[in-house]
Every structure is written in structure tokens, then in C-alpha cells.
Design a protein around this ligand. Structure first.
Ligand code: BGC
Length: 418
């Protein structure tokens, strides 16, 4: 009898719990933040929503840059059962909005005054027909190289600013028995390094012509041939286990002093932070050679699907509001390695790399030199991006000549535009 009562009480308390949760609203959130730094960052959003009484149902799909997550999202949407919120970026936001399945977030935007707080270049990506349909989370910078000072010291190498200095450092690190470049051979990681080289070799105008306008003569030009030459040369300084390696495992090689450098966006800084490492002491962030004045940006964001349940709607709006709140912007971005996407946030909690990023973002925005990342879905359409990825990865993993690669790139992009 006692046992029966106990299970009834347990069952009742489950119902009470369930009832409370349902009343408070549940959000099922699709994202791909599963590495140490990423998980620490997204955990903060979960905590803040729970503090307001809502329930967080985690829908994490591992895989850098989100290709696996997008496949999972499409299959859930096709079966008529999309999650409440999903991490989606760039032109894909417009594509989802065009299907008429997204919640209009204008009421939150107005109440929280998003328009004057979010840079126009970012707000334009978040809006569809002038209405807010996505919430921006952060600004990541792509054109970084993460360096281990101890590896450089042991090798007698100095931090490079030009490509010649870069290859000179690689030679020394390799001679000293360490891996010069920690690399993960996955198409998105190859494209991430490659687009930074495009910016470094060609400069802002060339980057915009090729990675944003997808201008065919520029894609086939001698400058692009030079880009592929450098990309091929870098491969000599990676290790044989690079194919297929996840980006955070490559970052771990730099953290542990097995490798000297990694080309990666500043989500890599989240890994250093999670490992308790301090910039300027345990590691340094250099801009990719030739890109000191460039800022390749990548903005994470969430879209919200239209839901019927009133409480779920409330939870969704709470999530949108919290994401742009000053407290969240600080705690999330400190962990994630990115910088706040809205103005009016205290600089004090951020490290030297983040402060440099903030200054460079503001300065580059003033000169009109901000470059949206092609690899991270800020620039061209998904079809053109896919064509670029194919050529870059085929080139990197074969003996295709740099001349052929530039020709093929222009042709593949032309076809993808048709
Ligand atoms: C996202 C980052 C993420 C990285 C690695 C990028 O596309 O913007 O938030 O950390 O991919 O998965």
C-alpha cells in the first residue's frame, strides 16, 4: 500500500511538474554547438530561459559549421514537426521566411529597441520584407590564426605577417619536429582557410568581387591562381592525420603544443578559454597574413518557427529577448570567443583578442571594408557556396593545378548561378 501511494505521489508530482513546464512553455532548440567552448556558451541561454520558468529541450546535432544540423532541420520540417527554434544563418534565413513558416519577431524587436542597437549590415540579414524573423547572437571573425608561442620559441621562429614569413616559420617548426599547421580536412574547414587566403592575397575589393558578387572573370584571374598556390603550399605543413579531423581537435593540437598554428574563426578561442588558457600568455591570435585591415565576419542567429501553443509562443519570445539582453551578450560571447552583436555592452569582461576584434569591427565598418564570410553562409547563395566548396575541396585533395582550379571555380560558379 505504502509503495502504491508512493508511486501515485510520484506520478502526481510528475504531472504537476509537467503541467508547470507546459504552462511555462517549452522551446526545442536545434543547434550545432557541441565542442567544449560552444557547449559552455549555449548552456548560458538554457540557464537564463530556465530561470524564467521555461523548459529547454536540447536538439544538438554535432558537426562543425552546421551542415549536419541543417540536414536534420530539413527532415524535421518536411515531416511537419520543426523545432521551436533553430540556429540558421545568412541567406538561408530568407529561404525559410519565404516558405511562410517563421514567427514574426517585430513585437520583441520593438519592445527591446533592436533597430538602433544592431548594426544595419547584420539587421538586413535578420529581416524578411522588413520584418525581424531571426535574432542575431554574436559576431565571429574568421581571418585569425591561433598560435602557440612555446612552439615558435622552441623552433626559433617568429610570428609571421606576410606569406613569406609564414612559410619561413613553417619550415622552422617542421625542422624542430613539430607540426606547423593544425588542420582539419573537412570541406568547410578547407573553405574557411581558403577564404582568408582570398582576402589576404587579393584584398578587400578582390574578396568582394569573388566571394560576394561571384564575378566569373575575377574567379578565374591570376590573383585566384596565386590563392590556390598558397593553399597548396600550406598543405605541406599539415600532418597526415588531418583528413576528416574535427576543428576542435585541431585547436587542441595548438593548445597542447603539438602544432604551431591553426587557421580558424574565433570559436577556436572558446576552446582555449574552456581549457583555462589566457591570450598573450598561453596563446596568441594573429590575423592571417595580408588581412590585418580586413574583418571577415560571420553572425550566428536563430529563427523561430510558427507555433500554435500560447505558452510555447511566450517561451520563444523570451528566448529572442534574452539573446539580445546585455547579460547574455556578455556571458555567451566570453565563452564562445565571439563579440557582442549589439551596441552598449561593457568591454571590461572581454579579453584582449575580443577587444581587438571589437575595435577592428568598428573601424572596418567605418571604412566599408567588412567582408561577409562565404564559407559561413554570409555571402553567396547556398548553390554558389556549394559550387565553391566542391572546387576548393577537390583541389586541396588532388593534384589539380592552381590554374585549372581557378578556371574550374569560375565555371562551377557560372553553372550554379543558372
Ligand atoms: C558557427 C560557429 C561555430 C562554428 C563551428 C560556424 O559556422 O558560426 O558558431 O562555432 O561554425 O561549428
Amino acid at each position: 500500500m505504502k509503495r502504491t501511494m508512493k508511486s501515485v505521489i510520484a506520478a502526481l508530482s510528475m504531472i504537476a511538474l509537467f503541467a508547470f513546464n507546459a504552462a511555462a512553455g517549452e522551446v526545442e532548440v536545434l543547434h550545432w554547438w557541441t565542442s567544449g567552448g560552444e557547449a559552455a556558451a549555449v548552456q548560458e541561454l538554457k540557464k537564463m530561459l530556465q530561470n524564467e520558468g521555461h523548459t529547454w529541450k536540447d536538439f544538438a546535432v554535432a558537426g562543425g559549421a552546421g551542415a549536419n544540423a541543417m540536414t536534420a532541420l530539413k527532415s524535421r520540417a518536411v515531416s511537419g514537426n520543426p523545432p521551436t527554434a533553430a540556429q540558421v544563418k545568412g541567406p538561408q534565413i530568407q529561404e525559410w521566411a519565404d516558405l511562410g513558416v517563421l514567427t514574426n519577431l517585430d513585437d520583441v524587436a520593438q519592445a527591446e529597441n533592436w533597430d538602433p542597437l544592431v548594426p544595419k549590415v547584420v539587421a538586413d540579414i535578420m529581416k524578411f520584407n522588413g520584418q525581424w524573423v531571426a535574432v542575431p547572437v554574436n559576431v565571429h571573425r574568421i581571418n585569425w590564426m591561433w598560435c602557440n608561442p612555446e612552439v615558435f620559441r622552441k623552433a626559433g621562429a617568429k610570428y609571421p605577417q606576410t606569406w613569406d614569413e609564414f612559410f619561413a616559420a613553417c619550415e622552422k617548426i617542421q625542422k624542430a619536429g613539430m607540426i606547423p599547421v593544425a588542420f582539419g580536412g573537412q570541406p568547410w574547414q578547407e573553405a574557411t582557410a581558403w577564404e582568408s587566403i582570398v582576402a589576404g592575397v587579393g584584398g578587400t575589393d578582390f574578396y568582394i568581387k569573388t566571394m560576394v558578387r561571384a564575378d566569373e572573370p575575377s574567379l578565374a584571374s591570376d590573383t585566384m591562381v596565386k590563392v590556390f598556390e598558397i593553399f597548396r603550399k600550406i598543405k605541406k605543413y599539415t600532418d597526415k592525420n588531418a583528413p576528416g579531423r574535427d576543428w576542435n581537435l585541431a585547436t587542441a593540437m595548438v593548445i597542447k603544443g603539438e602544432a604551431g598554428m591553426q587557421f580558424m574563426g574565433d570559436w577556436a578561442k572558446g576552446e582555449f578559454t574552456a581549457a583555462g588558457k589566457v591570450p598573450g600568455k598561453d596563446y596568441d591570435a594573429l590575423t592571417v597574413p595580408g588581412t590585418a585591415d580586413a574583418f571577415l565576419f560571420n553572425v550566428d542567429s536563430f529563427i523561430m518557427f510558427e507555433v500554435k501553443d500560447a505558452e510555447a509562443k511566450k517561451a520563444q519570445k523570451a528566448m529572442a529577448r534574452l539573446i539580445l539582453s546585455p547579460d547574455f551578450q556578455i556571458v555567451f560571447n566570453v565563452n564562445k570567443g565571439s563579440i557582442p552583436v549589439r551596441s552598449g555592452i561593457a568591454e571590461e569582461p572581454f579579453d584582449a583578442v575580443a577587444l581587438k576584434s571589437m575595435q577592428d569591427f568598428a573601424a572596418t565598418a567605418r571604412t566599408g571594408g567588412l567582408m561577409p564570410s562565404m564559407a559561413h553562409e554570409m555571402a553567396v547563395s547556398p548553390a554558389v557556396r556549394g559550387a565553391m566548396f566542391d572546387v576548393v575541396t577537390n583541389f586541396y585533395n588532388s593534384s589539380m593545378s592552381p590554374q585549372d582550379a581557378a578556371q574550374k571555380l569560375a565555371m562551377a560558379v557560372k553553372e550554379a548561378k543558372m
